[in-house]
Design a binder for this molecule. Sequence first.
Ligand SMILES: Nc1ncnc2c1ncn2[C@@H]1O[C@H](COP(=O)(O)OP(=O)(O)O)[C@@H](O)[C@H]1O
Ligand SMILES: [Mg+2]
Length: 405
Amino acid sequence: MKRMHRKAVTQSESSEDEWMEHVYEAMELDFPNVFPEALESEQVDVTGASKTTKSDTKPVINSDGYSNYPTARETLKKVGVYLGGGGFGDVFKVEKDGRDIALKIAKTRDAWETIQREANIYEKINKEGGHKNIAGCIGICEAEGVKGLGLECVDGPKISFILDTAKQMYESGKITHAELWGSAQSFLKETLEALAFLEENNLVHGDVKGENIMFDRKSKSIKLIDLGSACVAEEEEARMGTITNASPEVMLSWSRSLTPKQSASPRQDTYAVGQMAYFFGEGDHNRFGAPDLKNEQATLFQLVMTFKSIAASKKRTDSESLGALNPVEDHASSPGAGQYGRGGGNTAYVKFVNAATNFDPNLRSSSAELLEMDFFKDPLLQEEDTVEVFEKLLQHLDEEMEDDQ
Ligand SMILES: Nc1ncnc2c1ncn2[C@@H]1O[C@H](COP(=O)(O)OP(=O)(O)O)[C@@H](O)[C@H]1O
Ligand SMILES: [Mg+2]
């Protein structure tokens, strides 16, 4: 089988190269149904039966991908490490062919369908050589007799934890203002690089948030995970992802029960990145003035009502009067969440957040455009210094975890 070409490879990516080598090997041997090229090279005899491989000799606990989920889960619990999970099923660290993978398994038929969609999106990503800031994937596979989606196992905390830790450390004087913002800028930049790659390949992540971005201790960079809401841009209906980061146009199209719904667009992802930056800077989610009723359904209702009224008014395209961040009306008072003081509108942060979260998707910046903004061109910390800050943040997190135990 033809090996896929990887984009620019640097020395620091050597662990990723090893991982990709494994991807190629695995694709040739084990995952013909996910990767059609591998299917072509599979030897099929005249009776139509596939050549027997080693894995065929072991019974698969969940051969259709979801039945026998309790047994599959118990098996992985015994031999692997639980990494996380939710409504769809679980993710376990397990060994496959002598190395660790993260195996995502399904609880229900619907969840299995979502996992298969996810595998198809990863297949498109692999065809383009993958990206250093997106966890690798070996497709639908089987480990310890359990079928699931095989992913590069990212060893490290989620960005949401790291950013919370950074704030705590800043407040207690353990890191400087430049270190606080420099690390956030670095994470956001890498996230946007992954998203720009997805956009180049016509893909939308659909659920960008701090919980779906992990910090990989090995490569000291971020890895985007969870493509369960990912879509092919324009071809599929947009998925809502997580409410706090869902773009107004997607929320409105869902609330109006429009048919067809808003089609998936990479602008959903840039909006979500802007929402993350806003949350980091302001300590609250941007709701364009809608109140937080501390109840998800009630807040969702308020959000949709607010979005409807903005969409119906001329404010929609007037970025002077409608930004996530706006000037404080009374300059004597100190700015609250979503407000900036005199002259603050010119800061790189305000410009970036307002460009990323523009209410109108046609005026919202793309990931590539956002990466060109001063917020990233003129960061508070040089790249070589960010590694040192990451070390401090990770060490602090590790100490906290030890204290908890
Ligand atoms: N590649 C991976 N490496 C390490 N942990 C992972 C990986 N993928 C998922 N996880 C863990 O499993 C959790 C759930 O997986 P995810 O794909 O985000 O599904 P969900 O749709 O439930 O959010 C993640 O939050 C993370 O803790
Ligand atoms: Mg997730």
